[in-house]
Design a binder for this molecule. Structure first.
Ligand SMILES: Cc1cc2nc3c(=O)[nH]c(=O)nc-3n(C[C@H](O)[C@H](O)[C@H](O)COP(=O)(O)O)c2cc1C
Length: 329
């Protein structure tokens, strides 16, 4: 029987257990890592989580008006080294999450004059921002920024990077028919809608070594009528798995589901794990040790992402360990 405390590997990355701290954005006013951010990661690592996905790191300095961490120039690297140095003291792995936000984060009129980019010029359903449709040259530019940020992450000592293609951020919007109404080769068919993500993966892969882990976080559902279909989601997963992605984190539009019993995206994650030879992290609504153990032993899902439970209780792993020991008795 498999247990949540197995020492195993996520893709090629050895980890001490199957718990992943799912990303939680870190706030900093100027984008630089500060003491409080370092302390957050130190606390998580010292309490024994297997691996940590950082909060979003901006790949483009233009978006640095957002009060979150950046990896958009070399000047950010020393701060990130503080995080990785601290986490590695505890033999815990840490993955830098990379993001281009786009229209999702900027409330109409409050974006500091930034021209907000999106697959097509439609209003953001959350922020109301009417973005401008990206030119192909802008797509290429942002893809390169992901690759450059990945190189910086590696230089800063991270154990891998995660491309954030979920939660309505730019890359995920390309997979959402409501946001992507393009008629060029980045819109229309699923092959076209997926192109930006697959190309970004390839560019990031060539920017770092073949043995540097690259994970991708994807929405299995957008929770809107014109959202990603299950078959399109599975198509992207197949493609990424074939291209050698190290792990797929299965997420979705989690916030309206907060009051529902989780895990919210188990069926989608189960299908990805069944159909592909890739490590799958199921995130969203994981709360019960016994339920995660059951999923681990009845599906091919191997890893469990938790965000809010770690925010509430950084020593969660010790509690789970006690439950594990009680079950073994
Ligand atoms: C305060 C907060 C900040 C978050 N920031 C991020 C983020 O930076 N990147 C990301 O991919 N997800 C982010 N999430 C979503 C979580 O990673 C996770 O997908 C979601 O909370 C569902 O998991 P949970 O039920 O374990 O909390 C955030 C969630 C919360 C509550």
């Amino acid at each position: 029987m498999k247990t949540l405390f197995d020492k195993t590997s996520i893709g090629q990355l050895p980890v001490n257990n199957r718990f992943v701290r799912a990303a939680i954005a870190d706030s900093t006013l100027d984008g630089y890592v500060n003491d409080s951010v370092v302390e957050t990661y130190s606390k998580l690592a010292s309490n024994g989580v297997g691996s940590i996905i950082t909060g979003i790191n901006l790949v483009d300095g233009e978006e640095q008006i957002m009060p979150v961490i950046g990896l958009c120039s070399d000047s950010f690297i020393p701060g990130h080294r503080r995080i990785t140095g601290e986490v590695h003291k505890y033999d815990v792995k840490i993955i830098a999450q990379l993001v281009y936000i786009g229209s999702y984060a900027f409330i109409q009129g409050k974006n500091g004059g930034l021209v907000t980019l999106a697959p097509s010029s439609v209003s953001n359903l959350i922020t109301g921002t009417l973005a401008r449709e990206m030119r192909v040259s802008e797509i290429k530019l942002i893809q390169n920024k992901f690759a450059e940020a990945a190189k910086r992450a590696k230089e800063a000592g991270y154990d891998g990077v995660q491309i954030h293609a979920a939660h309505g951020f730019l890359l995920s919007q390309f997979l959402t028919p409501y946001y992507n109404r393009r008629t060029d080769h980045y819109g229309g068919s699923v092959e076209n809608m997926a192109r930006i993500i697959l190309e970004t993966y390839s560019l990031v892969r060539s920017a770092v070594d073949y043995n540097f882990p690259i994970w991708v976080k994807l929405n299995s559902t957008d929770g809107i009528p014109d959202g990603i279909s299950n078959s399109d989601f599975l198509y992207v997963c197949h493609k990424l798995a074939d291209m050698g992605v190290d792990a797929i984190e299965v997420s979705g539009n989690w916030s309206p589901l907060a009051l529902k019993p989780g895990p919210y995206f188990k069926d989608a994650a189960e299908a990805v794990a069944r159909e592909n030879d890739v490590s799958v992290i199921l995130t969203g609504g994981n709360r019960k040790f016994s339920e995660m153990t059951e999923i681990l032993n009845t599906t091919k899902i191997g890893f469990f992402g938790l965000a809010r439970p770690f925010a509430r209780d950084p020593s969660l792993i010790s509690r789970f360990k006690r439950e594990c020991e009680q079950e073994a008795m």
